[in-house]
Design a protein around this ligand. Structure first.
Ligand code: 5GP
Length: 120
């Protein structure tokens, strides 16, 4: 699990259904699936199906504006489907100092319990 790599990640295998995951929402551009190590009763990851250089948000370029919007809207769809619209959190861990561990951009959608702030 090396940071800042252009190598493919475990998420490519999840997209390809080579390893199982629990899909919450999927369309042609994004996939949302349950985190294997949930930090809340609802913990879903929302990822672009085509990474296109988006190892992390810090790599975003103007060409990514469309998919970035789609990812955020998919987070709302997930929150609605999971019944947590009254209170949920969307997190992007970006880089080593933020404890990013998978270098394929992903939004964490967390909810189903009282969330704390600041997160630490
Ligand atoms: P990060 O730490 O990069 O922000 O988040 C990566 C997330 O991916 C972690 O919350 C971790 O639990 C999750 N994760 C890592 N490997 C797998 C996997 O194989 N399947 C699923 N469903 N989640 C994974």
């Amino acid at each position: 699990a090396s940071a800042h790599t252009n190598a493919s990640t475990i998420f490519d295998k999840i997209i390809a259904k080579e390893i199982p995951s629990s899909t919450v929402y999927e369309d042609e551009n994004v996939l949302a699936f349950r985190d294997i190590n949930p930090q809340a009763p609802v913990h879903v990851l929302v990822i672009p199906k085509f990474r296109d250089g988006l190892t992390d948000l810090g790599k975003a370029e103007p060409r990514h504006e469309d998919i970035l919007g789609k990812l955020l809207y998919a987070a709302k769809i997930v929150a609605e489907k999971e019944g947590i619209l009254e209170g949920f959190r969307v997190v992007i861990n970006n880089g080593p100092d933020a404890c990013q561990s998978v270098y394929h951009l992903h939004l964490h959608v967390l909810g189903g319990r009282q969330m704390k702030w600041p997160p630490g």
